[in-house]
Ligand binder design. Sequence first.
Ligand SMILES: Cc1ncc(COP(=O)(O)O)c(C=O)c1O
Length: 411
Amino acid sequence: MSKVKPIGPIPGGYACRDGELSIGGRTASELVAEHGSPLFVYDRGLLHSRIEALRAAMPSQLHIHYAMKANPFAPLLEQMVELVDGIDIASGGELTMALNAGAEARQISFAGPGKRDDELLAAIQAGVTINIESPNECDRVLAIAAREELQPHLAVRVNPDFDLKGSGMKMGGGAKQFGMDVDFVAATVQKILDAGADWRGFHIFAGSQALKAEAIIETQAQTIALAERLAEQIGQSPEHVNLGGGFGIPYFPGDEPVDIGLVGEALKKQLSALPKILSNTQFAIELGRYLVGEAGVYLTRIIDRKTSQGETFLVTDGGLHHQLAASGNFGTVIRRNYPAAIATQYDKPSEEAVSIVGCLCTPLDLLSDHSEMPKAEVGDIVAIFCAGAYGATASPANFLGQGPAREILIG
Ligand SMILES: Cc1ncc(COP(=O)(O)O)c(C=O)c1O
């Protein structure tokens, strides 16, 4: 077949045992026999090693936050609460999950462009930091807090006047629904201070899924300069500045991992030469997929093998209702293949080009397009890697009445 399309790079940390993909020491068929298919498997050891390596590379005083939108699975979240310094939430639902996972209120910060009054009330009552995203939102929070006679903890989310170059998802640098334009910030902080609320600082998130260290370094430098400019305008030092994140992971052919060594060295220099107004400020970065994405694998069993006009299709019992991103329908313009493998033929060489599809009745349900794989039959198990972030949580599990996949944390 001529139309072979490459797959993305398989992340490190996975092994072969008895000819099969092994995750945290368990083979794919052992895991599926025990827990069923389709199944998301998250490896605790890989979460630990990722965070250890990141901490070793970053300045020691930098706080690392986990953006739980990437993966809110309770056992994984409980583990992340132990490993990181803060949890970033994006809804009242995530607030409940974070508190249930053992996060302390002072470790939690809440960002999101449309927070409902009930969510704001819950956040104020819990005592978490709310990242204020508009002057109107500021008025609403202050009114709710005054009514409840509670002092809210408020940071201002700034829509930076620059973007994160090369990022897959730009969240600053232009007209955006996220945060407030720089021009509104000083007056909003003044309002917070005048109301007697606890002003916590700034949240400045420029973008997501960047792989180039130089781009991340430049954005971090611009973010610190912006925080300085705003603090000078306000005339007060921010206690905390969230520098955003944006560290991506390699999903597609040709993608290279972020060189965190370079990012860490540059940030060490930046933090050791801070302007006076930021010299006592606590800095944090906020990461989702970088922390958990490569620690997860989606396993799905082949239930049919068929040919059509000379092309081979492996039909699985899973699909885009669990792994929307791998199907190319979650924020990508051009569909490319995620890293994938026949988990039960892991030691075998590639032999044929196949399309691995899901069980849904839509042509969108394509998990791997014309990929070269070892020969696989009904009963074999497919692995889709990079499934630890925006997998189960970002997929339409109820589509066609299918329901969610099982999820497990092992190790
Ligand atoms: C405010 C905020 N924080 C964190 C993230 C997590 O991004 P990522 O998973 O790419 O690190 C996002 C993603 O959209 C975001 O909007």
